[in-house]
Write a protein that binds this ligand. Sequence first.
Ligand SMILES: Cc1cc2nc3c(=O)[nH]c(=O)nc-3n(C[C@H](O)[C@H](O)[C@H](O)COP(=O)(O)OP(=O)(O)OC[C@H]3O[C@@H](n4cnc5c(N)ncnc54)[C@H](O)[C@@H]3O)c2cc1C
Length: 449
Amino acid sequence: MAKRVIIIGAGLAGCLLAIYLGRAGWEVDLRERRGDPRERGHVAGRSINLAISARGLKALRRAGLEEAILQDAIRMPGRMIHSRTGELVFQNYSRDPAHAIQSISRSMLNLILLNAAAAQASVRVTFHQRCAALNAMCSSVSFVDDRTGIETTATTDLIVGADGAFSAIRGIMYKNEGFDYDQRWLSHGYKEMCIPPVVSGAHAPFAMNPNALHIWPRGGSMMIALPNPDGSFTCTLFWPQKSSEAQGNGFDVIRDATTARAHFVREYPDALALMPTFDADFTTNPVGSMVTVRCNPWSMHGRAVLIGDAAHAIVPFFGQGANASFEDCEALADALAAHGDTSRAITAYEGARKRNSDAIADMALNNFIEMRDKTASSLFRMKKKLEHFLNGIAPSLFIPRYDMVSFSTIPYADALERSRTQERVLIALSVAVPIAVIAIALLAWKIAW
Ligand SMILES: Cc1cc2nc3c(=O)[nH]c(=O)nc-3n(C[C@H](O)[C@H](O)[C@H](O)COP(=O)(O)OP(=O)(O)OC[C@H]3O[C@@H](n4cnc5c(N)ncnc54)[C@H](O)[C@@H]3O)c2cc1C
């Protein structure tokens, strides 16, 4: 008889895992709190996009979906830095021009994954099912239908909590003795804005070069923009929730469209000129919060396990939350295939993923500082050029951190450790090379003299 799994949450990770396990012979019961997005269609509403890179694409390839998803993706081989006066500087992400991150519609990605999961005979998807409780030994889950209030209980061999950053399953684990939990809110919030398509211009229907992730770094805060296939850009403001005394640059002070417009005139004038719906966007779109969640273990009684944001919510500044969640799906599917016993498979999965999710959580926090404070500086650009140069002369010895994270599947923890060693080499070189040049010059001068 096929083993049964209940996956809670038909988001990005839940759907991909359903595809993997359905194909591996599991009987999959996928339950989602919200309504069926296929009834609305992904084209309705605003475009929200994600940067997907090598890790995510590898996991999607395994599900046979990479090609379908890349059809509507937009390549971003580098970042475009916007100064206050509108000057643009393009920085390649990698020395290799073939390397690019991909801007992908979140709703389209979710829809393709959901359709592929639902198309399998072994996968049953049910909506309006809010997970409410687990029984003591994690052999059954209770759900409440939010429309009717009716509660149902289902028994299973394995429970997977793929229910996102504010996971109900993790909330249940939290009450267990021995469950370590750490939750850090970022002092910055985010708000989405829109640059719509244009009818004329060098990049029409795009108002700016679509093949870049646009950044307006303003030291302590920033705005970014990613392209959408319809010619629009989704912009995201990352501003402090509370302004510092010196800078009135937080959401607490810039609360209405008039104040925001005045701030944009000073800080982002080139973008403001491209935002005809500025006032409505600023007024209507909410301020979101960002959180880093670490917990340990990710499982209970060898029968319930967390994946994706439920296990490790991270801040979005390396564009890796979904990529890391997809890697979780691969690791859990592999562990379940390798170990007949579910409990042993879960232990192997946690062993493979925990240190890596901790590493990407750290790197994502670090990348926020890099994006908002450093990308505008010429020293930063020189450093990137030096990294690419070293990567060119010793490609297997020196791989810049961005390449390791976004364009390889080197485990995150190894990428973090290796990049720290490389950082020390760069510092040593930046001290040693000028000293050597001065010494050689002095020697040459002495000989000539
Ligand atoms: C502003 C922002 C930008 C981002 N940009 C990127 C990026 O560029 N690249 C990238 O890789 N990542 C990015 N991320 C991160 C990415 O969105 C997440 O890592 C990813 O969505 C995690 O997938 P998930 O399936 O674990 O969770 P989710 O996608 O959140 O899915 C969880 C699902 O569970 C359902 N659910 C919740 N509670 C219950 C319940 N009690 N019962 C039943 N169902 C439930 C929810 O309705 C949802 O459908 C970004 C995040 C943010 C906030």
